[in-house]
Design a protein around this ligand. Structure first.
Ligand SMILES: Cc1ncc(COP(=O)(O)O)c(C=O)c1O
Length: 454
């Protein structure tokens, strides 16, 4: 048996005892999950939130911690799907929201707060001369694909394998599967004009741009749910060059990386200029209905009802809750704080750079059974035979079917929460302390010790 097979068989023996530990600590959650199964399909609000054998039911969060109904405290390395860059419920944001909500939660007319926030964002976000708000990251990408098609008068869009842009039909392909629609009921026709290529492969970009009239290449500059994979040196620059050459728009999905890698997101961090950018999560300051998209005025003007009174010439965008006061004020308050405390980024990015090296050391000590990827506060550890550079490799180089699940369970029983039993990746806040991050490392080291030396 290979070393991998030995560990895999140990892991199968270990899972039941890890599960017993967890069940022993989460009796009330177990009861709530049984109730949930009757009214929520799969017992959850979103399938990715299911964790075996059932998820802990969280009752509250503050700063870097959350608590479940059984009274267990967890360090949260998931932070509301990467939303809470300053931790849960920062007082000054909550106060601003309480104050504004007394004047109306959603006005349904143009309002001063949106204008102020929009003006501010155009000052701090690179290449965003104009923007519109929407209510999710999914919507931001959806509207951008439409806008890019309207502007270029081309049909095709290119996305990256493993890239997640929300459940919008045209982009809901090659996320977990390769080149297949990701859902029952999703028509082949909806993805007919979506071309998918591997990350970090400029030849693939060139090939596809040469062959098809492509409106836009849309990608996460650091692949998030696909494995926190960083762009290789020269990849983003090459992509920019190729898209210029072929008259194709470059759309960055900064729903995770925006306001996270730097205030100006990946554009600032990697010094790359996008034509259009999608935002979500942080743009809403931790409140629901978070989304926005923007770019150069030349493109964004296609949304202008004054310039294009004929709706057939205009690219459509809208929605009931767009520009509501709560999300707007929360976002503005938070982003202004980030802009006035830019040092936070350097501290957090350095902390995670250092800790990632420590993780890598542990992986090497255990014979290269795992590899680290990511940048800034987007980090993953892959239980693969080599370091993956694209999503296919994340899948194909994995040596175990259960190790990620076992570590997630082990972490939970040791007071650490993050989502995905398929991939150990974290989107922590920028204010996680060194001690907390070191505790994550220690827990991981203990786990490796347990499964390799068992
Ligand atoms: C990179 C990326 N794009 C888009 C989305 C979709 O955003 P939302 O869930 O707000 O619709 C997500 C959500 O996780 C994301 O990670």
């Amino acid at each position: 048996m290979s070393e991998y097979e030995v560990v895999e068989s140990r892991l199968s023996g270990l899972l039941p005892s890890l599960e017993r530990d967890y069940v022993g600590k989460t009796k009330v959650s177990s009861e709530l999950f049984r109730r949930s199964l009757r009214v929520l399909p799969g017992g959850v609000t979103y399938h990715v939130r299911f964790l075996h054998p059932y998820p802990p039911f969280i009752v509250g969060g503050s700063g870097t911690r959350v608590w479940d109904v059984d009274g267990n405290e967890y360090l949260d390395f998931w932070m509301g799907h990467g939303t809470h860059v300053l931790g849960h419920a920062p007082d000054f944001v909550v106060d601003a929201v309480c104050e504004i909500s007394r004047k109306g939660t959603h006005l349904g007319f143009e309002n001063y707060y949106v204008l102020e926030y929009a003006e501010y964002l155009t000052k701090v976000l690179p290449n965003v001369e104009m923007l519109r708000f929407c209510v999710s990251g999914t919507e931001a990408n959806m509207y951008l694909v439409r806008l890019a098609r309207a502007y270029t008068k081309r049909k095709y869009v290119v996305k990256i394998e493993g890239g997640w842009h929300g459940g919008y039909d045209s982009l809901h392909i090659s996320v977990n599967l390769i080149d297949e629609p990701e859902s029952a009921g999703l028509l082949e026709d909806s993805v007919k004009y979506t071309l998918t290529i591997p990350f970090n492969d400029l030849d693939a970009v060139e090939k596809v741009l040469r062959k098809y009239p492509v409106a836009a290449v849309l990608l996460e500059p650091v692949l998030g749910g696909g494995g926190c994979l960083e762009p290789l040196e020269g990849y983003l620059r090459g992509l920019r060059q190729l898209t210029y050459e072929y008259g194709t728009l470059l759309i960055l999905d900064e729903v995770i990386s925006g306001f996270r890698l730097a205030l100006g997101g990946a554009q600032e961090y990697f010094n790359i200029n996008a034509d259009l950018v999608a935002y979500g999560k942080v743009i809403g300051g931790g409140y629901p209905g978070a989304g926005g998209f923007g770019g150069r005025a030349e493109y964004m003007e296609l949304l202008d009802q004054l310039k294009y009174p004929d709706q057939r010439l205009r690219s459509y965008h809208g929605g009931t809750f767009v520009g509501n006061t709560i999300t707007t004020v929360a976002g503005y308050t938070l982003v202004k704080y980030l802009a006035e405390h830019r040092g936070i980024y350097e501290v957090a990015n350095n902390l995670w750079e250092g800790i990632s090296k420590e993780f890598e050391k542990v992986c090497m000590e255990y014979g290269g059974m795992c590899w680290t990827t990511g940048v800034g506060t987007m980090r993953a550890v892959h239980f693969t035979k080599l370091r993956p550079k694209n999503f296919r490799e994340v899948r194909e180089l994995r040596w175990s079917r259960v190790v990620e699940k076992a570590f997630n369970l082990y972490a939970r029983t040791n007071g650490i929460l993050y989502i995905s039993e398929k991939l150990f990746h974290v989107y922590p806040s920028l204010v996680q302390s060194r001690k907390e991050v070191e505790y994550l490392l220690k827990t991981f080291t203990n786990f490796m010790d347990m499964i390799v030396k068992l």
